[in-house]
Design a binder for this molecule. Sequence first.
Ligand code: TTP
Ligand code: MG
Length: 382
Amino acid sequence: MDASSERWIGHLDMDAFFAAVEQLDEPKFRGKPVIVGGLGSRGVVATASYEARRFGVHSAMPMAMARKRCPDGVFVPPRFERYCEISARVREVLLRVSPVLETVSLDEAFFDVSEHGAAAMAVALAAKQEVQRETQLTCSVGVAPNRFLAKMGSDLSKPDGFLVIRPERVREILDPLPIGKMWGVGDVTERRLRGLGLLRIADVRTAPVELLEREFGRMGVRLHELARGEDDTPIAGESESVSMSREVTYAVDLLRAEEIEDEVRRLARHVAGQLRAASMLCRTVRIKIRYPDFRTITRQVKLPVATDSEGLIETLAVHLLRQRAELDERGVRLLGVGVSRLGVAATRQLSLFDGVPASILERGQQAPWMGKESMGRDRSPL
Ligand code: TTP
Ligand code: MG
């Protein structure tokens, strides 16, 4: 296979993300053990700076235990809006590198650099440097022929790392790793694998696939593939072709401008509801109009960052109708509102906190890429 037909996937993950942002914004926290999370009595650690990790503090640990292990630590509550804002900037940089981008959570994304052929590694390295320059934070990047290995690359090179896993080195890199490093291996699976005497990835790779299948069903077959470094999961990019829409052909043509606008608002709210129900975000909003003579137009607007905000989608749809469509006394026969360039909303981070105002949680959960600054009134996407 020549270099130009190889698949090269990048995975970028910010280092100690929430804690690093706190250290960026508050110089006196730099070099100190910073622990971000719920500070209430049932609080949990979201993340700890590398200084705090040396005391044995890590994500998902009860805050009370973190305080015991690191009594002199700096304990701070999360500021989701700020993290979202930085997230949006990271995403913008990555989109310049690769239109095929899959955002996994606030601080993590896969991107496809295959089209750069022999320059794929250089492009991925440039993405890392550009993200660091733009955010003043460090991140780690893995580049490999598939998603699983790319993530492994960023993970193994942390912090501030860059690791290319070429096919010929897969075995050497994966074999010695503990099985817990494999995707999908949580505590329960890990215990069961250990029970079978499978402790390292090499053990899973060399175990008969029949044994794994008998014990774990389809997941066993998958584990065997991963242990061999194989993974053909595509990048769930944000594609124009993936869209959600709602359109209605009216039994009687709509004539009045207010009536048409009300309908567009209703359709927009419906689509925003669909988007939220699917935990997705969109980056393009469009309207479709069919006139009584069957002439059909669409008008669309692209957003700088993704959203699932009902208010914003409705506003944009109405803007397109008022500014970019012609309406006259003949009225319309059909109206439609659609969204595309969809991405998956990240929710993982948000389940661990107590004591976080519901409004922040809701905002973060529903629009993780939506920074206050980039979506605020001052910088309207229009
Ligand atoms: P991670 O990328 O898993 O962790 P991290 O960025 O803090 O550290 P690393 O350098 O090892 O990548 O998660 C990103 C952010 O998500 C993290 O800063 C806080 C949040 N998070 C939680 O809220 N709960 C969790 O259990 C984890 C793992 C992360
Ligand atoms: Mg991270």
